[in-house]
Design a protein around this ligand. Structure first.
Ligand code: SF4
Length: 431
């Protein structure tokens, strides 16, 4: 979502003649768009400011603005602790970024723009054309969350659930298609909670799939509680909807899920997967796990391992519990850090093994790949298959924006290497 927000911030700042630059040392304004999900993200802000300070030691100081969720959650603290920062602006206030920059130009310091008004934000952004021209683009359809998982900052930094109107989203998707986008990933902290006057995520997917130029649709991040039957059915009926679903579960133990206030059980989670696979045999899953959540014992951890072995997730994002200030789990008694580290190590090894087994099965199979760009290497193109795996092929033909059937010749943990040929038979295709 920060990538989408950053691109929209650039659409806004163009209006006052601030453009993006690759030459960091020449910038006269820095906007650090931040994330507050884990502790390290906040540290990174201070680290980045140190880097900017060093860069500009003997030069005129640039304007420094901290945007995003760190600004929202720790705005006053940032301004107090680091005088090099001129302004902080929250994720729901960035539509006012031009005023903030202009005020900074006037040497006004310590500006704090963290008042929430998500409706005003999107009303304003709708009037500014989305100029993103990537083959694969993000489109924020929903923001905020009402679930209040006990470890999570999102309900406090992004606010309550808010869904944009279908009409404005279809308009923005058409702008992206006109700019050259062929794939759109619909974004929301709780994307499948999308609800605008009764229109659900599945309705929006079908509307966007009517745009000819858009060949692929994805969405992230979903919550098991909002995985309704219509969305499951869309995975059967909408051919443009890609089969990889990112469905965070966080733990394999019902006791821990309850402690986290996740509002779903493992049985419910597994039942969604079963239904999805029934309607579409291509469905694959990825997920997020928190290892070492307060109260997690050996038995809970083993249930987590059982779950990943059972579902065979093709990608997993796992982290040791990071206590975020202001959340209900902040003051809970933490488990021993060495035990947490050991569990993470075991978890990641098993997840790597599952991923390797999956990827080895792709060897010598054919899979449709949407190519996004040429790599720095001569004649090599980067794209993704339907399950979002990175694929690289050599080609003299410009493949950017095209979908080609690719035979996978080599696999590594993060990349598939393939070759083009249009004469594959049906049995060559990946299951
Ligand atoms: S559902 Fe997701 S965004 Fe909402 S509180 Fe839980 S983890 Fe955070």
């Amino acid at each position: 979502m920060n990538e989408y927000d950053s691109s929209r911030i650039l659409d806004l700042t163009k209006k006052i003649n601030y453009f993006s630059t690759d030459k960091i040392c020449e910038a006269n304004c820095y906007i650090l768009n931040t994330c507050h999900i884990r502790e390290k993200a906040t540290d990174k802000v201070y680290h980045d400011i140190g880097r900017i300070k060093k860069e500009f030691k003997n030069k005129k100081k640039p304007i420094v603005i901290i945007a995003g969720c760190v600004a929202q959650a720790e705005g006053n603290l940032l301004l107090k602790r680091e005088k090099y920062i001129d302004a902080v602006i929250g994720p729901q206030s960035y539509f006012q970024i031009n005023n903030t920059i202009l005020n900074c130009e006037k040497n006004l310091k310590s500006i704090n723009e963290t008042e929430f008004d998500v409706i005003e934000k999107f009303d304003y952004l709708n009037s500014i054309k989305n100029t993103n021209n990537k083959v694969s683009s993000f489109l924020t359809i929903q923001e905020g969350c009402d679930k209040f998982c006990k470890f999570c900052v999102v309900p406090y930094t992004r606010g309550a659930e808010f869904s944009r109107s279908m009409k404005e989203l279809v308009n923005e998707a058409k702008q992206l298609a006109d700019n050259g986008s062929r794939e759109i990933t619909l974004l929301g902290q709780n994307v499948n909670a999308y609800n605008n006057n009764g229109k659900r995520l599945s309705d929006l997917i079908f509307e966007i799939s009517k745009i000819n130029e858009i060949k692929r649709i994805r969405y992230t991040t979903s919550h098991p509680r909002d995985f309704t039957e219509d969305l499951i059915q869309a995975h059967k009926d909408c051919k443009k909807l890609m089969p990889l679903i990112h469905l965070p579960v966080q733990s394999g133990s019902n006791k821990i899920l309850e402690n986290m206030n996740r509002k779903h059980t493992i049985e419910e989670y597994l039942s969604i997967i079963e239904k999805l696979k029934k309607v579409n045999a291509k469905i694959k899953l990825s997920s997020d796990f928190i290892i070492g959540y307060p109260g997690e014992n050996k038995n809970d951890f083993e249930k987590t391992l059982d779950l990943i072995k059972k579902v065979k997730f093709i990608n997993l994002y796992s982290f040791i519990f990071s206590a975020r200030p202001g959340t209900p789990s902040f003051n809970l008694k933490k488990i021993d850090n060495n035990i947490a580290k050991e569990r993470l190590f075991i978890f990641q090894n098993i997840s790597k093994k599952i991923k390797t087994e999956y990827r080895e099965k792709l060897l010598l199979k054919v899979t449709p790949v949407l190519f996004e760009n040429k790599t720095k290497d001569q004649n090599k193109y980067f794209g993704r298959d339907e399950c979002f795996n990175s694929v690289i092929v050599e080609s003299d033909e410009n493949l950017t924006g095209k979908i080609k059937d690719i035979k996978i010749m080599k696999v590594s943990q993060n990349t598939l290497y393939g070759k083009i040929n249009s004469k594959w038979s049906q049995k060559d295709f990946a299951a």
